[in-house]
Design a protein around this ligand. Structure first.
Ligand code: FNR
Length: 343
């Protein structure tokens, strides 16, 4: 019975729309906002295994979060109950043992773990991680097999496409055999930049070649502007699911089936979560600047850029009172915890 219940709770990757992993963007406020607007699954930013293995799991009673804290006190990953059955922890790794240590560290607090096999940036590839893994299928197999056998939650990976269709298909079939639950496919070659058109035909071929769900990715630039485009992108690629990065970074209400909200509204919603969960101010600024896009040099944009704290950012958005209320709430929680008074 317990096994059946556990299986029922396993996150499904069929027919879902996901917030894609994005360094700096995919922190807790953005993930919660994406869920509010209808994303089924939310990936965290890529977190590097070497940094994660040094972290301690800390229950933050004041914020009501679970934090993974580095020796220098930096919070590397913050999560909360609300996203527990929806959040996918993405790691950067080139080492099966370290990958397993990280997966076990976060296993109780996330719904799945994912391995980044697509990042072409030097900081990733120089350690043999990210897209460097694509030319080392033995390593891919070793990492994924270790994870699948070592944790009780689903394991997935996110790849880019290889130079030929045949190589891409061989790789995904080998990946499928490791027992992963799904594969995310960013339909670009390793050398291609985000401005290049994606290769829907490759994603389509992958979707036909495996029986696990394929999550199509790479459509933000030209194919997916609104919620209605998500179904069309799914149809075009023949994939079971869709994963959005930039379209969601620019306006997370892209997941909203009722149509997108004005970005001004969404920025306020974002900021409220950032304040509530004590998000690092630099991270808050970064995400708001992505949403401001061409308005980043507007008077509001300049105030955001100049701000050093979440209080100053809140002031720029006319949310000082909200910021104050949250600080009072958090302080009274702190006081109650210190005094042992739960009221
Ligand atoms: C990314 N991407 C990315 N991919 C990944 O697997 N792990 C990561 O941490 C990141 N980080 C990241 C940061 C930012 C700011 C961007 C814009 C992108 C790649 C991303 O998940 C996705 O594959 C591409 O952006 C293509 O999808 P879209 O943008 O066309 O939907």
């Amino acid at each position: 019975m317990a096994a059946v219940a556990a299986a029922e709770r396993r996150l499904s990757f069929s027919n879902i729309t996901a917030l894609a992993p994005m360094v700096r963007v995919g922190t807790l406020p953005m993930r919660l906002l994406a869920l509010d607007h209808g994303a089924d699954v939310v990936y965290c930013e890529e977190l590097i295994d070497i940094k994660m293995v040094q972290c301690q799991r800390v229950v933050n009673e004041v914020l009501q979060t679970v934090d993974f804290v580095a020796p220098d006190e930096r919070v590397m990953f913050r999560t909360c109950e609300r996203e527990k059955d929806r959040v996918v922890f993405q790691m950067g790794t080139a080492d099966p043992d370290r990958a397993l240590s990280v997966a076990r560290l976060v296993e109780k607090d996330v719904a799945a773990v994912d391995v980044n096999m697509g990042c072409p940036k030097e900081y990733s590839t120089k350690g043999g991680m990210g897209a460097a893994l694509l030319s080392n299928p033995d390593r891919i197999e070793a990492i994924l097999t270790k994870l699948v056998n070592g944790v009780s939650i689903p394991v997935t990976c996110k790849i880019r496409i290889l130079p030929s269709l045949q190589e891409t298909i061989s790789l995904v079939q080998r990946i499928e055999k490791t027992g992963v639950t799904a594969i995310g496919v960013h339909g670009r070659f390793k050398e291609e930049r985000p401005r290049h058109p994606i290769h829907c035909d490759y994603i389509q071929a992958v979707a036909q070649a495996v029986s696990i769900p394929v999550i199509a990715n790479g459509g933000s630039l030209d194919l997916v502007k609104t919620h209605a485009d998500i179904a069309e992108f799914r149809r075009l690629t023949g994939a079971s699911s869709v994963m959005l990065a930039r379209a969601a970074m620019w306006n997370p209400s892209v997941f909203n089936s009722g149509g997108p909200l004005p970005v001004e509204t969404v920025m306020e919603e974002y900021l409220k979560y950032a304040v509530q969960y004590d998000n690092h101010a630099f991270n808050t600024k970064y995400c708001l600047c992505q949403m401001l896009r061409d308005k980043v040099e507007s008077p509001l944009g300049k105030r955001v850029q100049a701000a050093q704290t979440n209080a100053e950012i809140s002031d720029a958005y006319g949310l000082s009172e909200f910021h104050q209320q949250i600080q009072e709430q958090l302080q009274s929680r702190r006081d109650a915890l210190q005094g042992g008074d739960p009221s």
